[in-house]
Each structure stands twice: as structure tokens, then as C-alpha cells.
Design a protein around this ligand. Structure first.
Ligand SMILES: NC(=O)CC[C@H](N)C(=O)O
Length: 304
């Protein structure tokens, strides 16, 4: 299959959509990003790469970071992680508070904000230096040392992070947060502010496509059972209240972020990353989602 040609066709087809989405402006630093950016990077397990557009420019990966946070935490703590965070799709926006009170401070899943905040709390309790531990883990997954948090983005989010603060406080009142509320928030914002290019993200996600084993370093990052579960959560919960729509239109496990990135995998075959900062109403990249829908349709590759 001529993947390069297919990516080029898709690029032309989604171009009219690229400036139609809305950049996430509830984090003021992210509002400065040029919404005309667009890139797709496809990386196969047999180490072929295909790319179009702005694939070598770093962007804020935001919620995509939640996959790395969960992987690192379950690889240390195992199944008991799921005592404090459930694995059901929320059907609600990523920053919603409504279910949390009804469900006694147990977040629906690790890929919405409340879930990732609990995971951050577990990381603080488990690691002497969770910041360093996390960065090292992500750098290993990417196979590259120059992966950093953007302190300006983290600070900008902290200044306006009232809903996230409300969530941590509510969960703390139910006894599901062990550490200091501000410490949890600060670290969570830093984890979200990590910047990567499409090609770096594709390398990190290829490890998940390869059942948790590094293709280059051959290191086993998560067990086979953990791989199965993380992939299932990506499939059912990776796109907030649009997880059903993503499965319906694209048919790949993946994760989006409000920085406009989407990372998806076809296990045993490839990882694919799109970046286009304009978001739809649910907070997923408008052109990115369309590009992935076209990709799985044109190539006839999806998990279904
Ligand atoms: N959906 C996202 O990418 C949200 C992440 C963002 N840092 C937040 O907490 O609001």
C-alpha cells in the first residue's frame, strides 16, 4: 500500500477543515498556537515512517500524557490502581464534576481529568521524585532525551485551573487523594504541559502498538495483561464524551489532548499521530479526527 500517497491525499482533503476548529483558550498559553498547523505521522512496527505537514514541531500533548501516567503507575503498583479509579467511559466532558459526587470521589476512568489527578496522587505517594521518574519514563518511551515540560503552559493552566482544583478538593473530601491538593495540581499541570512532535509521540505510542515492548530498546514497559487493559481503556475512554464517535468513525484505540494532538495505534501494525490545534465542541481535534477517519477508511485498517 502506498501510505505516503494516502497521507498526501488526506492532507488535501482535510485542509479546508484545518482553520474551522477552535483552539483551547481556557489555557491562555495554548490560545497563542497557530491553528493552521497540521501534521500526520505514521510509524509502522517494521520501522517505516510516512509523514505530511508540521510533524517536527513540538506541541503541548496535554491529555495524551494520561496514557503515559497510567502506564508508569500500573507498571509500579499493578492492579490495585483500579481500586481508586474505575474503567468506565464517562459520557461527560473531560473536566466534568457531576459524576464524582454521585460516585463518592472515584473517577470514571484514568483518561479524564479526575482520573489522571488520582493517578498523579498515586505517583506522589509512590516515587521519591515523581517529576523526574515521569520524564525519564517518557524519554525512554520516545528514545530521546530532549522531551520537556513547558513551565509557561503549566503556570498558565494553574492560574485558570479552578475546575481541576475543585475536582481534587472533592476527591480529597472523599478520602481518594492522599497528598497535598496543590502538590497534586502542580504536578498534573506539568505532566499535561509536556511537548512533543508528531514523530516523537508516534515513537512513544509504537511501544503500545508493540504490546508494551520497545521496538528499538526491546525493553518491556508493561506486561501483556497491562497492555490489553490500557488499550481497552484507550478504546472506550480515550476521547472523553466522544469515545463512541471515535470508535464509530475511526476504529482505533487512541488518546486526544486539548493541544490538538491525537495518538492512535493498530496493535501489531502501527502508531499514527495527528496534530491540528483547532478543536471541535467536545475538545477533540477537528481535522485530526477527520484525517484518521479517512486513513482507516482508505487503508482498510482498523481493529474492527
Ligand atoms: N483534555 C485535555 O487535554 C485536558 C488537559 C488539561 N491539562 C486540563 O486539565 O484541562
Amino acid at each position: 500500500m502506498d501510505y505516503q500517497k494516502i497521507l498526501e491525499e488526506i492532507h488535501q482533503e482535510v485542509l479546508p477543515l484545518v482553520d474551522k476548529g477552535k483552539v483551547a483558550d481556557y489555557i491562555p498559553e495554548l490560545a497563542n498556537v497557530d491553528r493552521n498547523k497540521f501534521g500526520i505521522y505514521l510509524l509502522t512496527l517494521d520501522d517505516n515512517a510516512y509523514a505530511v505537514g508540521d510533524v517536527l514541531e513540538k506541541f503541548s500533548i496535554q491529555s495524551i500524557s494520561k496514557v503515559f501516567m497510567l502506564a508508569l503507575t500500573i507498571s509500579h503498583l499493578g492492579e490495585k490502581v483500579y481500586d481508586r479509579v474505575d474503567v468506565e467511559p464517562s459520557g461527560d466532558p473531560f473536566n466534568s464534576l457531576v459524576q464524582l459526587e454521585h460516585e463518592s470521589g472515584i473517577p470514571r476512568n484514568p483518561f479524564i481529568n479526575s482520573g489522571a489527578l488520582v493517578i498523579t496522587d498515586m505517583m506522589i505517594s509512590s516515587f521519591a521524585d515523581p517529576r523526574a521518574e515521569f520524564l525519564e519514563y517518557v524519554r525512554d518511551l520516545v528514545g530521546q532525551a530532549d522531551v520537556f515540560c513547558n513551565k509557561k503552559v503549566a503556570a498558565s493552566e494553574k492560574e485558570h485551573g479552578f475546575k481541576n482544583a475543585a475536582m481534587v478538593n472533592l476527591m480529597k473530601s472523599f478520602g481518594n487523594i492522599e497528598n497535598d491538593v496543590d502538590e497534586v495540581l502542580d504536578l498534573y499541570f506539568e505532566f499535561c504541559s509536556i511537548e512533543m512532535t508528531c514523530s516523537e509521540l508516534a515513537r512513544a505510542f509504537r511501544v503500545f502498538a508493540n504490546h508494551g515492548r520497545g521496538v528499538i530498546d526491546t525493553k518491556k514497559y508493561i506486561t501483556e495483561s497491562q497492555f490489553k487493559r490500557i488499550t481497552a481503556i484507550m478504546q472506550t475512554c480515550g476521547f472523553y464524551d466522544e469515545a463512541g464517535e471515535f470508535a464509530f468513525r475511526v476504529g482505533l484505540p487512541g488518546k486526544s489532548g486539548v493541544g490538538g494532538g491525537i495518538a492512535a495505534i493498530l496493535p501489531d501494525k502501527y502508531s499514527i499521530v495527528t496534530w491540528s490545534p483547532g478543536l471541535n465542541k467536545k475538545g477533540n481535534s477537528l481535522a485530526g479526527m477527520k484525517a484518521l477517519e479517512l486513513f482507516t477508511t482508505k487503508t482498510g485498517t482498523s481493529i474492527f
